[in-house]
Design a protein around this ligand. Structure first.
Ligand code: ATP
Length: 248
């Protein structure tokens, strides 16, 4: 079972400020645990089989694997988009499969999700795309404004706050989607092929942001095909093959 080594620096919440983390004790608390998880889709397609994984708070993990091996399915199980056919999916000490309604929504608020295809709203500006979810969650205007600026600054888009998505490059659009995922400072960030549509320089920029968030304390799990990017970052890697996980 790939149990991943925790980093030296671990915090429970994300703040967009450098923090003095040297000398903190390692976290041993798992943020994510999959216990003997099997996922078979209704059409009989078996995506994952008897899979175990433990990712501790503050870890950074890459998940690689060939197309169709089950990477996206694994992430979908973590945010409750799909349910396991067998086994348990534990996120932040909650059993995802047993959560419904408000409890599932509350758990999802603690997870920032970044997709390959950005999923931005074309008719809304960068600032509106980023703050939309906060508004829906009932944050006050003052709190929304307090969060917006440091978030845009972190992804290098403060000067683009009033642009619309079609006025941005692909790399910039992906950074907006990261800003949207992190503006509520979730302790867990899941990124599904976040660099799949980007060239190497933009991919590296995205990875640097994700690594920065990890250094601030967030647990980060990234699926990718990009071996070059994985090699350049010094983080644990597991591979999904035939529905199971292998440590690389
Ligand atoms: N909604 C679904 N219904 C039926 N089968 C599905 C569904 N989603 C995924 N699958 C199947 O599950 C398996 C794993 O798919 P998944 O999308 O998790 O792979 P992946 O590793 O993320 O692939 P890629 O790298 O191409 O995105 C594949 O065989 C796929 O066809």
């Amino acid at each position: 079972m790939p149990v991943l080594t925790p980093k030296e620096t671990t915090e429970k919440s994300v703040h967009f400020q450098e923090k003095e983390t040297q000398g903190r004790s390692k976290s041993t608390v798992p943020m994510v645990e999959l216990r003997s998880v099997t996922k078979t889709y209704h059409n009989g397609s078996q995506a994952l089989f008897d899979l175990n994984l433990s990712v501790k708070q503050g870890d950074f993990l890459f998940i690689t694997g060939p197309s169709g091996s089950g990477k996206s399915t694994l992430l979908k199980l973590l945010y409750g988009e799909e349910l396991p056919t067998q086994g348990e999916v534990i996120v932040d000490e909650c059993n995802v499969a047993t959560m419904k309604g408000d409890r599932l929504s509350f758990l999802r608020r603690r997870i920032g999700i970044v997709f390959q295809d950005y999923k931005l709203i074309p008719q809304r500006t960068v600032a509106e795309n980023v703050t939309f979810v906060l508004q829906a969650q009932g944050y006050t205007r003052k709190e929304i404004l307090r969060r917006l600026e440091p978030t845009l600054k972190l992804v290098g888009l403060l000067s683009k706050a009033h642009c619309f998505p079609d006025q941005l490059s692909g790399g910039e659009q992906q950074r907006v989607s990261i800003a949207r995922a992190i503006v509520a400072t979730p302790p867990l960030i899941l990124a599904d092929e976040p660099t799949g549509n980007l060239d190497f320089d933009n991919s590296w920029q995205v990875m640097q942001i994700l690594q920065k968030l990890n250094s601030f304390g967030a647990t980060v799990i990234v699926t990718t095909h990009d071996e070059q990017l994985v090699r350049r970052c010094n983080h644990p890697v597991v591979q999904v093959r035939n529905g199971q996980l292998y440590r690389k």
